[in-house]
Write a protein that binds this ligand. Structure first.
Ligand SMILES: *Cc1c(COP(=O)(O)O)cnc(C)c1O
Length: 413
């Protein structure tokens, strides 16, 4: 396996070394597998560096919720930290606590934050594990204060403002009361307000009027809290699209998720290559069967595809149980022996079929569903288009039945 070089987005020599490194590492472990998702950790590191360059004055929180958007939370968290992330973001407290397990390999001085709490959640464990917890409402403030009392140490609390997303966060009308409650608890030594933060609704649509409106509201809500005496370490609102397109949203910290995995937040913002990003996940399967069929043969459940003439069919052993969208039936692209093929008929639970048009690759031949695209393979964005969804959903849904293989795990400069 190649070490010694980091693939730069613009460095084709480094890139081909990564690919050969990928082959050498993946084949001994992966070729016999039904399918595999190869995760290029050098790409994650390079993406995090690129994002840091886009927000040079802000700290970077690598968002590794949902098992690192399907890429594996702990390995991607480690790679992000190696590339300069000083915070990790999770949705649930369980995800955050897992990052504090010694087995995760995440250094103990890295800050971890989580934001999706429900009543009765593991507040005390989170306080003991030095996790920054988000509070949007009064019930959560009450529970975190009780947990801090029980734990005998102050909680790190980040107050979340609903600046217009209309999802989590505290409405402006309730902000004064939440801030006052937090300051009372802070005066008692039960918590420290470490952050003031919010989240965008439409940052992936540059120029959308809600963006400027949310920024204005955020500034007002931050200014109010600070005037009351809150001294946050960090103020933050920028997700991937805002990190990439909206410098005035960077404040003290940016929170990119999808972009650190090399996937563009939206085709409107640009392709990964245009953004200097490299997709980290390559999903491949080994053809389980290749066979000749006559013309007029129905294919897969419901016979929604019928062969136009005598042809060959290839059986791809991945299905909706593995996260292949059933909505990609008849449309999902697959690279087999250098040619794009399309899902023929329905995606089933465990398998789907491609029409190979008379070609006869051997059983076990590689079918590439998506990857960075530089071998001519489709990308997660192509699957998103074919399925009527976003690339976030494509990578995040890849199921636990698909083994993740990590390449370029050693940091190389
Ligand atoms: C998921 C999430 C992010 C990251 O969003 P991307 O669009 O993937 O960059 C940032 N902040 C919060 C609160 C999130 O839930």
């Amino acid at each position: 396996m190649q070490r010694g070089r980091t693939p730069g987005a613009k460095d084709s020599r480094a890139r081909s070394e990564t690919l050969s490194g990928m082959k050498e590492t993946a084949d001994p472990h992966g070729a016999q597998l039904r399918a595999r998702a190869v995760i290029d950790l050098a790409a994650v590191r390079a993406n995090v560096r690129t994002l840091r360059e886009r927000a040079p004055r802000a700290a970077l929180m690598a968002v590794v919720k949902a098992d690192g958007y399907g890429h594996g939370a702990a390995p991607c968290a480690r790679a992000a930290v190696e590339a300069g992330a000083t915070w990790l973001g999770a949705a649930t407290p369980q995800e955050a606590l897992a990052l504090r397990e010694p087995g995760s390999g995440v250094p103990a001085d890295v800050r971890v934050m989580c934001w999706l709490w429900t009543p009765g959640g593991p507040w005390r464990e989170a306080v003991k594990a030095d996790i920054d917890v988000s509070v949007s409402g009064f019930w959560a403030l009450d529970e975190v204060v009780a947990a801090a009392r029980a734990a005998g140490r102050p909680a790190r609390v980040q107050l979340k403002a609903d600046t217009g997303l209309g999802r989590g966060g505290c409405q402006p009308a309730d902000w004064a009361e939440l801030v006052a409650g937090a300051l009372r608890a802070e005066a008692e030594g039960l918590l420290k307000v470490t952050g003031l933060w919010s989240h965008f609704a439409c940052a992936d649509e540059p120029g959308h009027p809600s963006i400027a409106a949310q920024l204005l509201t955020f500034r007002e809500m931050v200014a109010y809290a600070e005037a009351q005496g809150v001294e946050p370490e960090v103020r933050h609102i920028a997700n991937s699209p805002a990190t990439l397109t909206l410098p005035e949203s960077h404040f003290d910290l940016v929170r990119p998720g999808i972009a650190m995995y090399g996937v563009s937040p939206s085709p409107e913002i640009g392709t990964p290559m245009e953004l200097g990003l490299r997709p980290a996940m390559t999903l491949t399967a080994s053809l389980a069967l290749v066979k000749n069929v006559p013309g007029g043969h129905g294919v897969s459940y419901g016979h929604h595809y019928v062969t136009a003439g005598a042809t060959t069919l290839g059986l791809v052993p991945l299905g909706y149980a593995d996260g292949i969208p059933r909505h990609a039936s008849g449309g999902g692209p697959v690279l087999v022996e250098g040619k794009w093929r399309t899902v023929a008929g329905r995606v089933a639970m465990d398998q789907f079929v491609v029409d190979l048009g008379g070609d006869e690759p051997g059983e076990g031949a590689e079918a590439v569903l998506f990857g960075p695209g530089d071998r001519g393979e489709p990308t997660a964005e192509d699957w998103a288009q074919a399925s009527g969804t976003i690339a976030y959903e494509i990578v995040t849904r890849i199921g636990s039945r698909v083994p993740r293989l990590y390449v370029n795990g050693e940091q190389s400069g």
